[in-house]
Design a protein around this ligand. Structure first.
Ligand SMILES: C[S@@+](CC[C@H](N)C(=O)[O-])C[C@H]1O[C@@H](n2cnc3c(N)ncnc32)[C@H](O)[C@@H]1O
Length: 392
């Protein structure tokens, strides 16, 4: 018989602890299902708490035997890793040790769940925080997140997209690219309203006027799409309302709809990459493009110290890893740290979405869905008063 690997040995020890902890709850629910017990009995007692010290010692000895195999072991059938089971059991020292010895924090099981989600579901907040911290440091170090496409626009690269034919659907619910992917969708309207509010209301204050007074300060929006955010920005009557748009058909639509004649509006036709150097400074900025990578969002953000006035507000469509709430949290923290280095304080306001965001009907006719969650974390990023460059 082949000898058991160090990883399999550790896996078995952790799973045995998990089974022991779950056994009484399972037995109680089986009894309940068989009708053997009435509702009068107290709830199931939890099983024995895992032997944290014993499991830590086991982890260390397995890691000493074969560090690589023991730290990264994943069960063949479920895909669950030793880090996932330790996270689910709340064994913080074991989790710490595994991470220090190279366990991949972002491995996925066969259902696409990572260690952070195991900890989150089991309610072990300290383990969740540890995994987020580790993930943020790893992402910052490796720049791994840079290579991820922003979820909106999973296939088309930006320059290819800009040369392609786009189409506004006849019901005005979507703007589609030729691959059947949605560039923009109507379900985002309430979010766009909030984004406009955040960048305009704060913008009014930075322009040195009270919030009841008009106009709002100077506002920049990158990416017109269906013009939803721009329509809401208009309601705030900005003094200057600059819109950068690079797609020729979207630009034509803007002209057809008379956007060039709206109060304060200046349309800048071209890629933001070629245009942001010479458009002045703003009190509010929103960024929402298509077919770009996280590296592009970051490159845009590198311009903020020059573009955003002191106390000005920046926001962006937050489609960072929306498929996995734990990775989403890590991405938000990475952005927060990157902006912090530029003197910008970022927070994420949870907003509950309306039912149509995730309704099957909404996504009919869209090849690749780009949103899955009930909560949207709206970025509110404020330039600290002393750090931004001032108007020349
Ligand atoms: C998701 S839509 C914006 C939706 C918009 N927020 C709204 O409320 O309707 C993205 C827009 O960004 C434009 N875009 C894509 N890449 C761009 C770039 N590099 N520079 C400027 N605009 C770009 C697209 O043509 C598209 O109109």
């Amino acid at each position: 018989m082949a000898a058991m690997t160090a990883g399999a040995e550790l896996w078995q020890a952790l799973c045995a602890a998990r089974e022991a902890a779950e056994a009484p709850a399972k037995a109680a629910s089986e009894e309940e299902n068989s009708g053997a017990k009435s509702g009068a009995a107290p709830g199931p007692a939890p099983g024995p708490a895992p032997d944290a010290e014993g499991l830590l010692a086991k982890t260390q000895s397995c890691l000493d035997k074969d560090p690589e195999n023991a730290s990264s072991y994943q069960d063949e059938e479920s895909g669950a890793s030793v880090l996932m089971v330790a996270s689910q059991l709340g064994l913080i020292e074991v989790v710490k040790t595994l991470l220090e010895r190279g366990a991949p924090w972002n491995a996925l099981d066969r259902k696409g769940r990572c260690a952070g989600e195991y900890a989150l579901e089991a309610g072990h907040q300290a383990v969740v925080d540890l995994l987020v911290d580790h993930g943020v440091r790893a992402e910052m170090l490796l720049g791994a997140i840079e290579k991820r496409k922003l979820e909106r626009g999973p296939m088309a690269a930006n320059e290819d997209y800009l040369k392609s034919n786009v189409e506004y659907t006849s019901d005005e619910q979507k703007l589609m690219d030729p691959n059947g992917d949605a560039v923009m969708m109507e379900w985002e309207r309430p979010l766009m309203q909030l984004h406009a509010q955040v960048i305009c209301q704060r913008g009014a204050l930075t322009a040195g006027e009270s919030s009841e007074q008009t106009p709002t300060g100077d506002v920049l929006n990158v990416g017109f799409g269906m013009g939803i955010v721009d329509s809401y920005i208009q309601e705030h009557k900005p003094r200057r309302h600059v819109i950068i748009e690079a797609h020729p058909q979207v630009y034509k639509r803007m002209l057809d709809d008379g956007w060039d004649k709206k109060p304060g509006v200046e349309i800048v036709f071209g890629r933001w990459q070629d245009r942001v150097a010479s458009i002045g400074q703003f009190d509010g900025i929103f960024f929402d493009t298509y077919g770009e990578y996280y590296a592009d969002l970051k490159a845009f953000q590198d311009n903020l110290p020059r573009l955003l006035r002191p106390s000005g507000v920046y926001s962006f469509f937050n489609g960072l890893c929306p498929r996995n709430i734990f990775f989403h949290g890590v991405c938000c923290q990475v952005v927060q740290l990157q902006l912090d280095h530029m003197g910008i304080e970022a927070s994420f306001q949870p907003c509950e979405l309306e039912a149509d965001a995730n309704a099957d009907d909404t996504w009919q006719g869209v090849k690749r869905r780009y949103w899955w969650n009930d909560t949207y974390y709206l970025p509110i990023c404020v330039m600290r008063p002393t750090t931004a460059a001032t108007d020349a």
